[in-house]
Design a protein around this ligand. Structure first.
Ligand SMILES: Nc1nc2c(c(=O)[nH]1)N[C@H]1C(S)=C(S)[C@@H](COP(=O)(O)O)O[C@H]1N2
Ligand SMILES: [Mo]
Length: 201
């Protein structure tokens, strides 16, 4: 008589759409905070975003200049390597395509770097063609400092460690140079659908 919910125990509720859950992940309805260090607090007057490295000439934007660029409002699912996934997160930010539009480069990769020293590496192909943003709003509010405000990288199709919080720039590189977690054994690319959690996966 009473319906049995098979396969679900404890506080984990049934997944609304299991086909959106990559292998080994569970659906999280809260928004966990994960960081390897303390939350930096850079004043917006001192904030800038810079694209440099293997480029013909570096470009940078002040906070006001970033906000003046055309923005997008992606709704995306996010997947943390610690196994939580969160569906339908709503962001506002500038597409990396827009930031790279005036940049001429032979680079195949980039290192995103952040206030506080965090870095993560990505193939250029994983941040172009509408796949990544520099996001400064979450759920209609300015991005909370704990979640990477004033601005973070958002690369939702890869594990969330690639979405560098407090991001300040992208350094383009000719070769793939491991970032913070990648140096500690995490996978270089981190596709959640291929369960690329650690080197060798
Ligand atoms: N600067 C910085 N960005 C970071 C991290 C970090 O430690 N420092 N952690 C990464 C990891 S492992 C995850 S899962 C997400 C967590 O983002 P959240 O705290 O908004 O959930 O941020 C990523 N970006
Ligand atoms: Mo993570």
């Amino acid at each position: 008589m009473s319906p049995v919910s098979r396969g679900f125990t404890g506080r984990r509720r049934p997944v609304a759409d299991a086909s959106r859950l990559p292998p080994g992940q569970y659906e999280e309805r809260g928004f966990p905070v994960l960081a390897a260090g303390p939350t930096p607090h850079t004043p917006l007057e001192a904030w800038s975003f810079r694209i440099d490295g293997a480029v013909d000439s570096a470009v940078s934007w002040t906070w006001d200049e970033l906000l003046a660029l055309p923005a997008e409002t992606p709704t995306v699912d996010i997947h943390c390597v610690t196994k939580w996934s969160k569906f339908d997160t709503l962001w506002k930010g500038v597409s990396v395509d827009t930031l790279l539009a005036g940049v001429s480069s032979e680079a195949g990769y980039l290192t995103a770097w952040s206030d506080g020293g965090y870095t993560t590496n990505l193939p250029l192909d994983d941040v172009t063609d509408g796949k990544a943003w520099v996001a400064y709003e979450y759920a209609g509010e300015p991005l909370h400092p704990e979640h990477g405000g004033p601005a973070r990288l958002l690369v939702p199709h890869l594990y969330f460690w690639k979405s560098a919080k407090w991001v300040r720039g992208l350094t383009l590189t000719l070769g793939d140079e491991p970032g913070f977690w990648e140096t500690y054994g995490y996978h270089n690319r981190g596709d959640p659908w291929l369960e690329q959690r650690y080197q060798g996966d």
